[in-house]
Design a protein around this ligand. Structure first.
Ligand code: UD1
Ligand code: UDP
Length: 400
């Protein structure tokens, strides 16, 4: 178990905390927590394990935050399905847990990595803490499989770090003891503010971002002449097939309608996303003057583009929260969202993948400049940039 330390007052036992994640958004949202935990080397021995559910997209984030995993299960296979990931994470974690023997495991959110790591820890009777706990749509097929993943994880874990009061209420409704739930804010806002303060306010760093974006295929000086820009992401499993074809057709139609607007779509590496995009735009991904189909961007470049955009069109969870943090209008390509804090505001529109609804929502915002100028920073319900500190304080004073 934990390494024993000594001081004049007696024996202090350092606690072993095993942090495990596997995908891009988990890495972004856990990086601030890791940085905060590394500030307490006298009390916490922090071990980082990545399952490698993602590969390139995960390593992009690890590089930016200077995170070096102690364990990398390198599980990703091209076109993996839910059976592959679940089985490989579960058995991969058996060896890590046997070797590390942590006092506490920390997982994040609703990926298959996080649920399977929680289950593996349960099999070893090791307590688990869950960051970003309590998000719910109450429809187990939307988002799929994430809604069931997070419900199962909440059943397994001992400590629930809920980002918002609404998330806390969801957990209470599931009979989770209120003293085990701590409202912290979402660590994504910590990560966002870190990028904004460190990179977006510094000329040399900005120059590097602009150069790196140009290499990826977008010249930001196009916006100098007053062009607008729409930033797009999409990857949800429940949208694959007709949903994604509809999304791509809507982008194509909008690009024809708004020649003075650039549509930038950094495409997720999932082959299901790429197939839909190539069916609509062609195999070379390079077919329109104002559509830019790019490889996944590093986190800093992506936030830079969000900050420059007129609106964001997405089915992503993290991007919805960041839109709120940056005060940007967001059109959400889902039928239902677990982030009602945002859709309750004028800043967001929930449209699903319906072609007409996407066209109408995006047009409504692009046609009415006051609607996006006026939105500003009105809604930032997801946090204040201090979530990681609150979580670590709680771990230090209440858990270990
Ligand atoms: C996963 C999560 C989802 C999360 C999303 C964030 C599950 C079931 N899904 O979905 O909750 O919102 O990550 O992006 O946990 N690929 C690469 N390189 C990468 C990453 C992915 O090539 O770095 C390709 C591979 O072919 C892989 C496929 O994408 O098999 C799908 O990856 P997977 O993690 O299964 O699903 P995501 O759609 O990324
Ligand atoms: N993101 C990124 N590069 C990109 C697109 C997105 O770094 O090209 C970041 C984005 O800022 C957000 C996260 O990836 O923090 C969202 O990941 P994703 O949409 O894959 O997953 P979700 O949040 O839906 O689980």
């Amino acid at each position: 178990m934990g390494k024993p330390l000594h001081n004049f007052f007696g024996k202090i036992r350092m606690k072993k905390i095993l942090v495990v994640f596997g995908t891009r958004p988990e890495a972004i949202k856990m990086a601030p927590l890791l940085k905060e935990m590394y500030n307490h080397p006298d009390k916490l021995e922090v071990i980082l394990c990545v399952t490698g559910q993602h590969r390139e997209m995960l390593h992009q984030v690890l590089d930016i935050f200077n995170l070096v995993p102690d364990y990398d299960l390198s599980l990703m296979q091209n076109g993996q399905d839910l059976f592959d990931i679940s089985a490989r994470v579960l058995t991969g974690m058996r060896d890590v847990l046997n070797e590390v023997e942590p006092d506490l495991v920390i997982v994040h959110g609703d990926t298959t990595t996080s649920t399977m790591v929680a289950l593996a820890s349960f099999y070893k009777k090791i307590p688990v803490a869950h960051v970003e706990a309590g998000l719910r749509t109450f429809d187990i097929y939307s988002p799929w499989p994430e809604e069931l993943n997070r419900q199962l994880t909440s059943k397994i874990v001992s400590f629930h770090f809920a980002p918002t009061e609404a998330a806390r209420q969801n957990l209470i409704r599931e009979n989770i003891a209120s003293e085990k739930i701590i409202v912290t804010g979402n660590t994504v806002i910590d990560a966002l503010y870190w990028v904004k303060n460190k990179f977006l306010t510094n000329k040399a760093n900005l120059d590097n971002i602009v150069k790196s974006l140009a290499k990826k295929g977008y010249d930001i000086s196009r916006l100098d002449s007053g062009r607008k820009m729409v930033l797009i992401t999409g990857h949800r499993r429940e949208n694959f097939g007709p949903g994604f074809i509809s999304i791509c057709n809507a982008i194509k139609t909008l690009a024809d309608k708004y020649k003075g607007t650039d549509f930038i779509f950094p495409m997720h590496l999932n082959p299901n996303v790429r197939n839909a995009v190539s069916q609509v735009f062609g195999d070379d991904f390079d077919c329109r003057d104002n559509v830019f189909l790019l490889e996944p961007l590093d986190y800093i470049s992506f936030i830079f583009l969000m900050d420059k955009s007129s609106l964001i069109l997405t089915d992503s969870g993290g991007v919805q929260e960041e839109s709120a943090g940056l005060g940007k209008p967001v059109v959400i390509m889902r039928d239902i969202t677990e982030r009602a804090e945002l859709t309750d505001s004028a800043q967001a529109k929930l449209v699903g993948t319906d072609f007409d609804k996407i066209i109408s929502a995006v047009s409504g915002i692009l046609d009415n400049s006051s609607s996006f100028n006026g939105i500003g920073n009105r809604v930032t319900p997801f946090g204040d940039g201090m979530a990681a500190r609150r979580i670590v304080e709680h771990i230090l004073h209440q858990i270990i």
